[in-house]
Design a binder for this molecule. Sequence first.
Ligand SMILES: [Zn+2]
Length: 85
Amino acid sequence: MKLKTIEKLCCPFDKHDLNLQVLAKDIEDNIIEGILTCSTCQRKYPIIYGVPIMAPDEYRQIPLEQPVIEKWKLKYGIADTKLLP
Ligand SMILES: [Zn+2]
């Protein structure tokens, strides 16, 4: 996903701005892997294969998202892997 598109996204929980941590980009500078963190509630939304995984809490698939974050923790040295506050 393009950086300019990602910058338009907001937290589905409280509509606040998200901070982007870029983990991997392709040769056209599209973000392939990354983590969006809400500036207010601290929820984390992973970007997997270029797609931000963003849903309200009740629709989130934490058992599917968590292993991805744990893999990135080892690969990229992510300090905090907690997806929900
Ligand atoms: Zn939020």
